[in-house]
Design a protein around this ligand. Structure first.
Ligand code: PGA
Length: 268
């Protein structure tokens, strides 16, 4: 197991939920559940207007706040859009890029994802780039080639050093919000394939340093099994991140897995 080279990350994606007012109660409930020992990074990706309130509510904790989307241009006539620098100014440290809901409902293309990724990195954000297949693509055996294509487009123009600042989230579209998570075996198979892609394009050192998350109906009941997979380094959690108690349980599962893996690594 070579997980010691990368961070475990538990990231919540609140989607279009959680007002600045609601975030206070949420933080009050989550804070006591945050373990002191830093065995995994904790991120909450908030709606843009909620970011400053979330940053305030989690100040002096180890919870980092992220955005859910951003525009690739620095500024200008793009009504309704938000730049990477604006996310940074609001206190965000991370941003999700290329979530399947953005691709499906707002026509975001692989080329857009690539431009956003470069802009996010230039602004000093830690991007979480989402890839994943539809049920049709899975059933026709096209999942891995599709994901390789999404990755080659998303990561185009990055070098072996810069790619280490990127986190990849494998989110099978059929598992998002459906209550039907991928089995640990299926999720690991794709995440291993993503790592192989990274190795052949950026070299072994970068491949082992990039955190790969699984997303799609991750919850307290299945988190430990998914997180124990050798190529799954964390989770991107939608529905279950809206309940502080459930999110806290997933963080606890990640901490426990990271602790066991650290012991295993030390014994090697
Ligand atoms: P879910 O969403 O956990 O509600 O399935 C995951 C995501 O869309 O990031």
């Amino acid at each position: 197991m070579n997980k010691k080279y990368r961070r475990a990350i538990i990231a919540g994606n609140w989607k279009m939920n959680m007002t600045p007012t609601e975030v206070r109660d949420y933080a009050a409930e989550l804070k006591p559940l945050i373990p002191k020992e830093k065995l995994c990074d904790i991120v909450l990706c908030a709606p843009a207007v909620t970011i400053p309130a979330a940053v305030r509510a989690f100040r002096a904790t180890r919870v980092a706040i992220g955005g859910q989307n951003m525009h690739y241009e620095a500024s200008g006539a793009y009504t309704g859009e938000i730049s990477a620098d604006m996310l940074v100014a609001a206190g965000a440290k991370y941003t999700i890029i290329g979530h399947s809901e953005r691709r499906a409902y707002y026509g975001e293309t692989d080329a857009d994802v690539n431009k956003k990724l470069h802009a996010a990195l230039a602004a000093g954000l830690r991007p979480i780039v989402c890839v994943g297949e539809t049920l049709d693509q899975r059933e026709t055996g096209a999942a891995c080639s599709l994901i390789n294509y999404q990755l080659s487009m998303a990561l185009y123009g990055l070098d072996a050093t810069t790619v280490r600042r990127v986190t990849i989230a494998y989110e099978p579209i059929w598992a998002i919000g459906t209550g039907r998570a991928a089995t640990a075996e299926d999720a690991e198979e794709v995440c291993r394939d993503i790592r192989i892609f990274l190795r052949s394009n950026f070299g072994a050192r970068s491949a082992r340093a990039v955190s790969i998350l699984y997303g799609g109906s991750m919850k307290p009941a299945n988190a430990a099994e998914l997180l124990a997979c050798p190529d799954i380094d964390g989770g991107l959690i939608g529905g279950a991140s809206l309940k502080a108690g459930e999110f806290g349980q997933i963080i606890a599962a990640a901490q426990e897995t990271a602790r066991m893996q650290r012991e295993e690594d030390e014994a090697e």
